[in-house]
Design a protein around this ligand. Structure first.
Ligand SMILES: [Zn+2]
Length: 386
């Protein structure tokens, strides 16, 4: 940053608009050089923000190695009011008087270390680990490491409850929470190794979609508490009273699954019942997926498919998982997991994310004049200015 002289008012700092009396007096070459130097200085000052002026954020940005990238959908980061901050060592929802780390470690056995996240070190050289151990990452190094996006359901029902379970009770973390109303919460910079998917933690970004989950038919009574079929046949989400308002940011929000009948399917060979996710969740997830696939060039916008093009419904063999670069479910990583469940529509997500990723195209207006098709805001390629 270039230090600028103190001008009477920022609005008068444009070269060529200064009153004549402000130009250097005198003549000849020295004066010309002085004038030229002043002009260069003034030009530089035009691009230097006024100290104390606000840097613009629109509320759809995610944070990747300290840089902001648009998603085109609402994102609440850990820095925002009402956000969930996985960097804090104290518990978020316990009584404030014993939320501190020492009390938390004493009272909750699962909390073993104050940090619920670690360093993405698996693919780094010792020199690179030294570079990033303090927390600062070059974006180019990070985009070389991240190549998987792991999708979970949280089995908690709401993002607030999910953060409570992860952070306060289990000592775990995930980069994103996606609430029932489509609000995305980012809890950590994507440079961090969140603890959500065992062997894939070092190379992946994770998201927990708020939903009570999928159950074998014998245990599917849980769904009766979380979903109610209305007289017109539509299904709505009913957050049990013990969770209060659920912490949703959209006042009066009524959540409904995309499909109103329960979905049955097999994951890891287990028959499961599940309701679908809400349209708000699919829409937000498509935006986030499109952004991530653009920011991380190794992250392919596709999911593990069988020979018929359907989602592979079991864990991937270790070797295949090691090679795999793209979207995947928690079930593709661990045999003891079934999320995001048989109702999750991989084809819908990928179709919508790809559509959002396509460059703006010219379309004909009704009067025949070429106009630009509206595109959501999306992040620049890695390495672009934020
Ligand atoms: Zn999971």
């Amino acid at each position: 940053m270039i230090r600028c002289p103190q001008w009477p008012a920022p609005a008068s700092n444009r070269a060529g608009t200064l009153p004549r009396s402000r130009w250097p007096v005198g003549g000849g070459v020295p004066c010309l050089l002085t004038g030229l130097a002043l002009l260069i200085l003034l030009t530089a000052c035009q691009t230097t923000p006024v100290p104390g002026s606000r840097a613009k954020r629109t509320g759809d940005e995610i944070i990747v190695a300290g840089q902001l990238f648009h998603t085109g959908t609402r994102v609440v980061t850990w820095l925002d009011a009402g956000g969930y901050d996985a960097y804090r060592v104290e518990r978020r929802f316990s009584a404030l008087t014993n939320a501190d780390w020492a009390s938390s470690a004493r009272e909750v056995k699962a909390l073993e270390t104050p940090n619920r996240y670690g360093l993405r070190r698996d693919r780094l050289t010792p020199e690179q680990i030294e570079q990033v151990r303090g927390g600062g990452w070059e974006l180019a190094l990070l985009t070389n490491v991240v190549d998987q996006f792991v999708i979970h359901f949280d089995a908690c029902g709401t993002s607030r409850q999910c953060f409570k379970v992860l952070h306060d009770l289990r000592g775990l973390s995930v980069h994103f929470l996606l609430d029932v109303d489509g609000t995305i919460y980012q809890t950590l910079d994507l440079k961090e190794r969140a603890w959500h998917a065992t062997t894939s933690n070092s190379r992946s970004v994770g998201i927990e979609i708020a939903q009570i989950g999928a159950y074998p038919p014998a245990r599917a009574k849980v769904l009766d508490e979380w979903y109610r079929t209305e007289p017109d046949g539509r299904v709505r989400i009913t957050i049990p009273e013990r969770f209060g308002d659920g912490g949703l940011r959209t006042p009066g929000f009524v959540g409904r699954p995309v499909r109103h009948e329960r979905v049955r399917g097999r994951i890891q060979g287990i028959e499961l019942e599940q309701y679908d996710f809400t349209p708000e969740q699919y829409r937000a997830l498509a935006h986030l997926t499109a952004a991530l696939c653009r920011i991380f060039p190794k992250l392919t916008c596709d999911y593990p498919r069988d020979s018929a093009g359907r989602a592979v419904p079991v864990k991937l063999p270790d070797e295949e998982l090691g090679r795999y670069q793209g979207l995947l479910g928690h079930w593709h990583i661990q045999t003891d997991k079934v999320d995001p469940g048989p109702a999750f529509q991989w084809d819908k997500l990928v179709r919508e994310a790809r559509e959002l990723s396509r460059p703006a195209r010219a379309v004909e207006s009704p009067k025949g004049r070429a106009i630009r098709a509206g595109r959501p805001q999306s992040g620049g390629r890695a390495g672009d200015p934020p």
